[in-house]
Each structure stands twice: as structure tokens, then as C-alpha cells.
Design a protein around this ligand. Structure first.
Ligand code: RFL
Ligand code: PHB
Length: 390
């Protein structure tokens, strides 16, 4: 079997890259370890930057997002029992974000791919990458009791943090930068109306809380939890009680509770692998970097990586230029480090850090006070939240 680009992973980055390549007339095969239902069952991101919205429009899958997604021009920061609105739209000269779940983005891309008859091989086991430092890379996998092989010109490693692509690179060729935070987020999805029409990020002595949403009838809430916590320890009732305790009085009053549809714990991590290109292998999305979810940047970075990569590969075939391929890693990393900085800063500002003590708490409160009362500081925050220019 032969193709131009082998894409490892059918998460949002792999699917979006597949769509961008198809639009440029380039053949690709996607190999995914799990089933489509498993991929769609992962409840993750909820906030899309304009660049991500533009890329989905570019490949023609934006119609449902524009119909059902919610455009948000601001969000609230809550601390000391009070809420303060960051008016992103005014502060950034009209920019907004789109609240539309990663599950829906993935579904739209999957449906489009299936409708066009483009090849995705689900339940591909033991995927392995070969010869990407030479001219003829190959990918092998197991399915239905047989070994399969795909020859290609390029491999795109879009297989997430735990994937095989980054792990296939010799240790001496790659450098990792990492910070693991001493807590996680416990998330709960429910068919209940959101607390407010915009997101509320709350700093509280008991820990961080976030009120988010998927629609005006479906809410997504998070509370900071300890790293060794287990979902089984959190009944729905315990979750709602803890969330209510952390919210400002008005939000607590408006909170509507109900049975959970999904509940999961995610650890928080900042991680970057450099470089992102190894011969004919490119890493993209969570395979190359992780941000803590506080800034809502992970999926957006994945989208911009594959935006650059799709264009670079199209230039290679259609314009006979490798300029985009050669600058891929550097261009991505500049954007990634700026998002890493923002996500690390916002995480540090809003969470309870066991080791920083009372002095650390006072620093957080002083910074929040400055942030909501200084136009310069609010503008810097708004600019980063809506997404820095490409
Ligand atoms: P994914 O989504 O992990 O997809 C990788 C795919 O590769 C498959 N795979 C393999 N396939 C073949 N062979 C192998 N050996 C394989 N190993 C893995 C996997 O099964 C999977 O299908 O990576 P991708 O596509 O790079 O997408 C990244 C995003 O999923 C991630 O950055 C975001 O979800 C992060 N994130 C958020 N990002 C935002 O931009 N805005 C948000 O509001 C936001 N909120 C969040 C988040 C992530 C969260 N969690 C749970 C980590 C909220 C949370 C709670
Ligand atoms: C979400 O809705 O899942 C979400 C929203 C904003 C974040 C993180 C997650 O910063």
C-alpha cells in the first residue's frame, strides 16, 4: 500500500491535517489505534480561537459550528467572592472565541472524511514508524490478525502525548521541557443550563473551579483536585457541593445541578518537545506539546500546527518548494512557547499550590487585583486568550 502522507492518529489534529491535504489534492491515510466511538467519547476542549474557526471553515466543515457554537466576547474572573468581567471583544478590537466542543469538531471532521470516502484505518494496533530519516518512510501495523505496511513520502505524528511517533525518535535527537503541576482537574458534563452566558474562572482557598458549557442546555464544570484522587471517590453530589462552595455567592445561587453524563480527571502538565521535525517525520498537536487546560490553548495549538504543516506539504508537492517544511518546527515552536507561557501563568494565578503558602496566596490576589483594574493588564490577558496572531 502506498500514499503520499501517513497520518498517525485520528484526533482533531490528524483529521484536520487530512482535510487540509485533501483540499490541496494530496493523498493521505490516517491510522488510529482506537474505534471512532472511543475517539468521540473523550470529552476535552471547549473553546476555539478564531484561527481554529478559520481553518475549519477553510476545509468546509464549519457550517454546524457556526449554527450551534456560541460566540463569546468575554469571560469572568472570580476571586474573593466577586466576579470581574474581562471584556475581550472591546479590549482586542472586536475579537471573540467560539465555544464548541472538541467532540463536535471531531465529529464534523470524521463525517466529512467518511462522506468523501477518504481512508481512515481504525483499530490499527502496534503501529510502528520506519526509515523516516531516509527518502522512503514506512509505517507498519497489525489489524485482523495480519501485519500491514504503508509506504509514504512523509509521516505526520498526530497521535497525542502518549503516541508512538515522538517515542520513535532517537533520544539524542530530541529535547524535552516539562513541568508537572501538583494537582489535576475533575470535570463533569451534565445536561443542565450553564451558570452564566460566559465562562467563569474562579480562584478560591479550596482550589480552582471553572464553569464552562457546551450549549445553553449542557454544562461543563471543573474543580481542582489532588493528583491521587479517583473519579470513583466523587459522587455527583460531592462534586456539586464542592463546586458550589468555591463559586461566588451569585454563581452559587444560579448553579443548577443534575446527573453527570461524563466525569473524568485530567492531570495538568506543561510539556514541549524540540524540534518537531525529524527528516520526513513531523510531530503536531499533543504529540509535541501539552499545555495545562487553564488557557484553553491545547486544541488551538494543534490546529495551528497542522495549518502550518498542511501548507508546507502542499508547497512541497504543488510549488516544488521545501521552504515551509524547513521552517515548520521553528514557526510552530515560536507560537507554542508563547501559549505555554500564557497557560503556565494563568494556571499559576488561579490554582491552590500546596507549597507556596500564605505569601503565594497574597501574590495571586495582588496580581488578580491588578489584572482586573488595569486596562493594560486586562488587554494583555484578553489578547492571549483570543489567540495571538499567526
Ligand atoms: P489527541 O486528541 O490526543 O488525539 C491523538 C489520537 O491519536 C491516537 N493514537 C494513536 N493512533 C495510532 N497509533 C498509536 N500508537 C496511537 N497513540 C495514540 C489516539 O487514540 C487519538 O485519537 O491529540 P491531538 O489531535 O493533537 O489534539 C489535541 C487536543 O486533544 C488537546 O490539545 C485538547 O483537548 C486540550 N484541551 C483544550 N484545548 C483547547 O484548545 N481549548 C480547551 O478549552 C481545552 N480544554 C483540553 C481541555 C484538554 C483536556 N484534557 C482532558 C487533557 C480540557 C481538558 C480537560
Ligand atoms: C471546557 O469547556 O472544557 C474548557 C473551557 C475553558 C478551558 C478549559 C476547558 O480553559
Amino acid at each position: 500500500m502506498r500514499t503520499q502522507v501517513a497520518i498517525i492518529g485520528a484526533g482533531p489534529s490528524g483529521l484536520l491535517l487530512g482535510a487540509l491535504l485533501h483540499k490541496a489534492g494530496i493523498d493521505a491515510v490516517i491510522l488510529e489505534a482506537k474505534t471512532p466511538d472511543y475517539v468521540l467519547g473523550r470529552i476535552r476542549a471547549g473553546v476555539l480561537e478564531q484561527v481554529c474557526v478559520d481553518l475549519l471553515d477553510e476545509v468546509g466543515v464549519g457550517a454546524r459550528m457556526h449554527r450551534e457554537g456560541l460566540a463569546h466576547g468575554g469571560f469572568d474572573l472570580a476571586f474573593g467572592g466577586q466576579r470581574h468581567r474581562i471584556d475581550m471583544k472591546t479590549l482586542t478590537g472586536g475579537k471573540q472565541v467560539m465555544v464548541y466542543g472538541q467532540t463536535e469538531v471531531t465529529r464534523d471532521l470524521m463525517d466529512d472524511r467518511a462522506a468523501k470516502g477518504l481512508p481512515t484505518i481504525y483499530e490499527a494496533a502496534s503501529v510502528s514508524l520506519h526509515d523516516f530519516d531516509g527518502a522512503k518512510p514506512r509505517v507498519r501495523w497489525q489489524k485482523d490478525g495480519a501485519t500491514h505496511e504503508l509506504e509514504c513520502d512523509f509521516i505526520a505524528g498526530c497521535d497525542g502525548f502518549h503516541g508512538v511517533s515522538r517515542a520513535s525518535v532517537p533520544e539524542s535527537a530530541i529535547r524535552h521541557y516539562e513541568r508537572v503541576y501538583p494537582f489535576g482537574w475533575l470535570g463533569l458534563l451534565s445536561d443542565t443550563p450553564p451558570v452564566s452566558h460566559e465562562l467563569i474562572y474562579t480562584r478560591h482557598e479550596r482550589g480552582f473551579a471553572l464553569c464552562s458549557m457546551r450549549s445553553m442546555t449542557r454544562s461543563r464544570h471543573y474543580v481542582q483536585c489532588s493528583l491521587d484522587d479517583k473519579v470513583e471517590n466523587w459522587s455527583d453530589e460531592r462534586f456539586w457541593t464542592e463546586l458550589r462552595r468555591r463559586l461566588d455567592p451569585e454563581a452559587a445561587e444560579r448553579l443548577v445541578t443534575g446527573p453527570s453524563i461524563e466525569k473524568s480527571i485530567a492531570p495538568l502538565r506543561s510539556f514541549v518537545a524540540e524540534p518537531m521535525r525529524f527528516g520526513r517525520l513531523f510531530l503536531a498537536g499533543d504529540a509535541a506539546h501539552i499545555v495545562p487546560p487553564t488557557g484553553a490553548k491545547g486544541l488551538n495549538l494543534a490546529a495551528t500546527d497542522v495549518g502550518y504543516l498542511g501548507r508546507a506539504i502542499a508547497e512541497h508537492y504543488n510549488e516544488k518548494s521545501d521552504a515551509g517544511i524547513d521552517s515548520y518546527s521553528e514557526r510552530c515552536l515560536r507560537r507554542i512557547w508563547r501559549a505555554e507561557r500564557f497557560s503556565w501563568w494563568f494556571t499559576s494565578l488561579m490554582h491552590k499550590f500546596p507549597e507556596t503558602g500564605e505569601f503565594g496566596e497574597k501574590m495571586q490576589l495582588a496580581e488578580l487585583d491588578y489584572l482586573v483594574n488595569s486596562v493594560a493588564a486586562s488587554t494583555a490577558m484578553a489578547e492571549n486568550y483570543v489567540g495571538l496572531p499567526l
